[in-house]
Write a protein that binds this ligand. Structure first.
Ligand SMILES: O=C(O)CCC(=O)C(=O)O
Ligand SMILES: [Fe+2]
Length: 201
């Protein structure tokens, strides 16, 4: 996988390349521009709450969830989010499925409004994702670094800049053995939208 510009901050491990597939120019610039504008204007963006050490805190980003019926997304306040597929999102889902041969029934949208928005270290590891989930992650707008660290060895870290229109597939044992995040940035950043297509059981 030579297109991968993974750089490691410590030369202890090679990043296991069977855990990722990457297409830097999955969408053309025009397609990516159009989709970004469409989602900024039409998605029902909400700020969800999450438990952090016994306290409920607002997540530092906005989210929206679309999917087949019965694939609800908990907002943390007792409510759930679920929106019916728009034609744009459904055809994007089908295009990814056709090209890569995976299946998805929902998509989580994250909107990072500026450099202060982030997602903390986590694994997408829940029983409803099943074992070894395949997650397709499409990025639009501001390039942000997607960081990985090995769960049992935090010094093993990798960072992958995800530009406008790029698609990253996370698979295999990635969610089991690695955590990922989008860190806050000290330099100012424009908005970024990330879409993660998922299969909920
Ligand atoms: O914004 C991203 O690139 C990743 C988002 C993410 O990890 C998640 O929503 O689980
Ligand atoms: Fe994630």
């Amino acid at each position: 996988m030579t297109q991968l510009s993974l750089f490691n901050t410590e030369d202890l491990y090679e990043f296991p390349k069977d855990l990722l597939e990457y297409r830097e120019h999955f969408l053309s610039r025009d397609e990516a521009d159009q989709l970004k504008n469409h989602l900024l204007e039409t998605a029902p963006w909400k700020q969800r709450t999450q438990k952090m050490y016994d306290k409920m805190v607002l997540t530092p980003r906005l989210t929206a969830w679309y999917g087949d019926p019965k694939t609800d997304y908990p907002l943390g306040n007792g409510e759930v989010d679920n929106n019916v597929w728009t034609p744009e999102l459904f055809s994007l889902k089908q295009r990814i499925e056709d090209i890569f041969g995976y299946q998805f029934n929902s998509v989580l949208l994250n909107l990072y409004r500026d450099h202060n928005d982030s997602v903390a270290w986590h694994q997408d590891k829940e029983s409803r994702y099943g074992k070894r989930p395949v997650i397709a992650s499409l990025s639009l707008g501001q390039t942000r670094n997607f960081d990985f660290r090995k769960k049992d060895h935090h010094q093993s870290k990798y960072s992958l800049p995800l530009p406008h229109g790029s698609l990253l597939i996370m698979k295999g044992d990635l969610q089991e053995n690695w955590e990922h995040r989008i860190a806050k940035s000290v330099t100012s950043m424009k908005e970024r939208i990330n879409l993660t297509f998922r299969l909920i059981r």
